[in-house]
Design a protein around this ligand. Structure first.
Ligand code: GLP
Length: 245
């Protein structure tokens, strides 16, 4: 893995935006794997500005998102489909037909997971996958478990993830209890993976994931095995790592 040290959230966001933009410039019809959460928002805002200026062109770019809440329609204001439109897609010149997310309204999990895996396979896999990291080490919604997931799967969210994500909902009881998430196979098959981790509340997860053993109890630790994994992290997120990476 490679570590890129950033000063703070803004610095990390600009660095990640530069890496993603370079990918789109080098291969305009690339497949970007995208993430939600607060972590990538700064990078999305930066790319919207560059797209406005004509520096980067998303007109041929395709995207697959990591995850979606089960039970939320794409127009629900807490769905990840809505999040992506509001925070990124509506601000860039992407063809919305080229954007893909799991369908939270499909209650037949086997059918939806197979459909989404086929979407990813038909696109030829992911060129560049962007990731955040949950405070418990989850990537996408792949929560700590006995085994690593393989394909797209429907997961029960852990109590800590429900609590962490409740800040976006009126109250904790409104947070969906399940989500569809891309599995580790599609994530690990991405040609390049970039993770953005910032803030003191990610320090323990970053330390455990990248300075500890590879274990499904710390899902992000699997990224240690990826041949082209880049971690962009700020000083606070690296406070426990020190010089170990
Ligand atoms: C969410 C998402 C993840 C994200 C993580 C961290 O639950 N499913 O993809 O990386 O939690 O979120 P944040 O960036 O807001 O800390």
């Amino acid at each position: 893995m490679r570590l890129i040290r950033a000063k703070d959230y803004q610095d990390a966001s600009r660095k990640v935006a530069n890496i993603i933009s370079a990918q789109v410039i080098l291969k305009p019809d690339c497949v970007l794997g995208l993430a939600t959460g607060s972590s990538p928002v700064g990078a999305y805002q930066q790319m919207i500005k560059w797209c406005d200026k004509g520096d980067v062109d998303f007109s041929q770019t395709k995207t697959v998102n990591l995850d979606e809440y089960v039970g939320l329609a794409a127009d629900h204001d807490q769905s990840y489909a809505y999040f992506m439109r509001k925070n990124f897609f509506d601000g860039i010149n992407i063809d919305q037909k080229n954007t893909n997310l799991p369908n939270g309204l499909e209650l037949d999990a086997a059918k939806e997971c197979a459909r989404y895996d086929k979407v990813i396979a038909d696109l030829g896999g992911v060129d560049l996958q962007l990731l955040g990291i949950g405070a418990n080490g989850h990537i996408g919604f792949n929560e700590p478990a006995e085994q690593f997931s393989v394909g797209t799967n429907r997961v029960d969210l852990t109590a800590s993830t429900i609590a962490a994500n409740s800040r976006f909902f009126e109250n904790e009881s409104m947070v969906p209890r399940q989500a569809y998430t891309m599995g580790m196979m599609a994530i690990m098959q991405a040609k390049r993976i970039v993770m953005i981790a910032t803030g003191a509340n990610k320090a323990q997860a970053v330390y455990d994931a990248f300075c500890g053993p590879v274990t499904p109890q710390m899902p992000a630790s699997i990224l240690q095995l990826h041949p082209d994994f880049v971690l962009v992290a700020d000083e606070e997120a690296l406070s426990l790592v020190g010089d170990k990476l």
